[in-house]
Design a protein around this ligand. Structure first.
Ligand SMILES: [Zn+2]
Length: 379
């Protein structure tokens, strides 16, 4: 009890402070085995069930205002600052938040009767689920860390309005109004493509290129299409989203809700997972590539062949539709040189043509490409 005000587990200093039958019986057995009181207390203070059963902390008076008599077990010593009275009139207390949550639950049957629908999420500190009932659907996002983390894409369409949050800033504010300037938004792959097309490798090596396809192959896979120096966002803003095209079922389930996306096969973590699954060893992509080059590791060879084969197969879809003048590859996987040789050979095999003129090149602007590209959004 007492979680409404953030009461914590108590700390026993002696076994006699506990009247819990389980603790007392355990202590009798422990003594027979020669366990010291200090050792036993350590275990009890960690897992004893009475730790959370101390008297309710109402105020800072004797026995936390729970009773005028002696309570059956001592009050948690932190009652002097954790108690109901101290939290009543402050909207930023645990108690006020608890009341707001209870109110929200009462007002919304979906939170009482709704089916629990979990959302798959790669970020370990996030626990996300929906409650669904009749026509209603509510999203609950819990972050069990003190770090700001990005939400998975599939829940973003549901961020309509925030009903409750224990962080300030849960309410949306209009940034344009606050700053007094017009704002532009674009994803990193689009910015990368823009920068490489307008001032990077594509511009330098192929100044006449009209259509540039830029790809970031790193922890994820994103793409951007630039035509005549402008990014193609498309009707729904998904122009160039190559990373979530279907490539092969062996990639498994993707966070976007589909199976076998390009990203689940060609992104760095996907390749590392593949290597681990065939070799039983965990290695970074860099190490896998080094082993491949050394020619000593058949699983590294298998992983790199998977990369080059699927790189060509995946990219052939883009070439068949857009037939870009140049393709620029950024991100960590872009540093693996064989994608420009073997990977391009594989692309040649899969495109709808008996030759391949499309240059596949490395970027020039490195990590700054995104920032330069964002600046190009303005004109
Ligand atoms: Zn996907």
């Amino acid at each position: 009890m007492g979680d409404e005000v953030g009461m914590t587990n108590t700390h026993l200093n002696a076994i006699t402070e506990s009247l819990d039958i389980e603790t007392q019986n355990g202590w009798r057995e422990a003594q027979k085995l020669g366990v010291s009181e200090a050792e036993f207390l350590k275990a009890v203070n960690y897992a004893g069930r009475d730790n959370a059963r101390t008297p309710m902390q109402w105020n800072s008076l004797a026995h936390a205002g729970f009773t005028g008599a002696k309570p059956w077990m001592p009050v948690n010593p932190n009652y002097k600052h954790i108690h109901v009275e101290a939290q009543l009139d402050d909207p930023h207390t645990v108690l006020s938040y608890f009341k707001a949550m209870a109110r929200l639950r009462k007002e919304n049957p979906v939170l009482v009767y709704g089916a629990y629908v979990p959302v798959d999420c790669e970020v370990e500190s996030l626990f996300i689920f929906f409650r669904e009932w009749q026509q209603e659907k509510m999203l609950i996002v819990l972050n069990f860390s003190d770090e700001v983390v990005n939400l998975p894409n599939q829940v973003i369409p549901f961020l309509n309005s925030c009903l409750i949050s224990n962080y300030s800033g849960g309410e949306y504010q209009d940034l344009e109004k606050l700053l007094g300037v017009e704002l532009f938004m674009a994803n990193d792959a689009n910015c990368f493509a823009l920068a490489e097309a307008n001032m990077g490798a594509a511009k330098e090596l192929y100044p006449k290129a009209k259509v540039v396809f830029g790809v970031i192959m790193g922890t994820g896979v994103g793409g951007g299409v630039v035509v005549d120096g402008k990014v193609i966002n498309g009707l729904q803003g998904i122009g160039g989203e190559w990373g979530h095209n279907f490539l092969d079922e062996s990639g498994g389930a993707c966070y976007c809700g589909k199976i076998g996306c390009v990203e689940k096969i060609l992104a760095g973590p996907a390749l590392e997972r593949f290597y681990e699954s065939v070799s039983g060893n965990k290695k970074s992509l860099k190490e896998v590539y080094a082993n491949y080059k050394a020619g000593t590791d058949k699983h590294a060879k298998q992983t790199m062949e998977r990369l080059t084969n699927y790189f060509g197969l995946g990219l052939s879809v883009v070439v068949n539709i857009l037939d870009p003048d140049v393709i620029v590859i950024g991100g960590g996987v872009g540093n693996i040189d064989i994608i420009y040789s073997e990977g391009r050979e594989s692309l040649k095999k899969y495109v709808f043509n008996n030759r391949l003129d499309t240059p596949v090149i490395k970027p020039k602007l490195g990590d700054s490409a995104g920032v330069f590209g964002a600046a190009f959004l303005v004109n």
